[in-house]
Every structure is written in structure tokens, then in C-alpha cells.
Design a protein around this ligand. Sequence first.
Ligand code: DX5
Ligand code: ZN
Length: 220
Amino acid sequence: MKRIKLSPSALACDFGNAATQIAASKEGGAEYLHLDVMDGIFVPNISFGQPVIKSLRKSSDLIFDVHLMITDPIRYIEDFAKAGSDIITIHSEATDDVEAALLKIRALGKKAGLSIKPKTDPKTIIPYLHLCDLVLVMTVEPGFGGQKFMADMLPKVSFLRDYAEANGLDYEISVDGGVAADNARMCVLAGANVLVAGSSVLGKEDIKHAAEELLAAARG
Ligand code: DX5
Ligand code: ZN
């Protein structure tokens, strides 16, 4: 089984205090930092882009797990690689050429991730799984933090974990949306090993404690 990793979502930060808050999540055991980029087209919300990532990069040595919720992501992959991303995740629904986008991420020396929205069947991404370092299963409709976790997405996680095992693939599986201490264990049991958490970690008063609590629950 893969090691369980916490990826706090910066979307829940108070951006005036982001460096301190992100450092607190690392003290609590976070290894990744999830960065949600939204363009107002692929999702009905706008968040932040390269300048914010570049700036956070100066104060954090966490693994930057960049989640591109943007249309035609290939246009901006190089910019996000330069801004300091370690993992770049695109959406299968956002492009006609998933393969080209994943290959571009890898050609830039970054880890390639592929995400699916709640209504997307994981079978549709089978042709690309051999090009993935990470597969991100959305457990809410993308666009906003603070939504309710959809437990009915977990069979997709199990399908993707079983597929990896049956086919000798080694991608990580991430769950994103509404993840908290009360559902982290079920995500792990389904086969996820990267837990993205916004409201339940960086949105809390005591961030270090929240991170520790979520990881303890996930490890069972
Ligand atoms: C939603 C984003 C999530 C979001 C998670 O579109 O992809 O990463 O920040 O926030 P919570 O954990 O509050 O649901
Ligand atoms: Zn996300």
C-alpha cells in the first residue's frame, strides 16, 4: 500500500498569512500543498494563477500539487511548470488531447496528474493511465471549497486502484473535495493515498492540530 500523504488546499488559506499557515500544516505532517487554479470557464469560479504559486514557492518546500481547473490546459503547462509546480494535474474533460497534455507535463520534468469530475466514468481515462503519476478523483463538483463529500465517488477510487494493481501501474490516487477526519479512513480503504483537504485543515483555527488529526484518522 502507498504511503498516506496530506495535501492541504491553499484555497482555504487566508492569503495574507499563507506562508505561516502552510508552514503550520507542514508541522502537522503535510507533505504536499494543493494549489487550485480556476479560470471561470471550466469551473464557475476564479482563484489564482502563476504569480501566487511563484510567490508561495519562495516560502515553502512542500511538494506543489497543482490542480488545473482550466480549459485547454496545454496552453499554460509550461508557465505552471516554471512557477514551481512539482505535480501538474489536468482535467480529462478540459481538453481534446489528454495524451499531449500529459506528455508535455512529463517532458518538462514534472509529475503528470489526471483528474475526473463526479459525473465522469473512470473507464474513459483508461487509455491515459500509463502516462499518469497521479489520478485525482473529485469528491465534489469542482469550483468551490467547503462542499459536502460525495461518498458515492469511492467506487471510482477502488476501480482505479484495482486497475493499477492488475496492470502494473504505479500512480498515486488523490481524493479532493470535502475530505475531513470523519471520511479520510474510508478514502484510504478505497485505495486513495493522497488526501486533499481545504476547509478541514487550512480553514481551521489550529492548522497543525487539524492536519495531525486528519492524518491520524486516515492511518486508522
Ligand atoms: C474544489 C477544489 C478543492 C477544494 C477543496 O474545486 O478542487 O481542492 O479546495 O476544498 P474542501 O476541502 O474545503 O472541500
Ligand atoms: Zn483541487
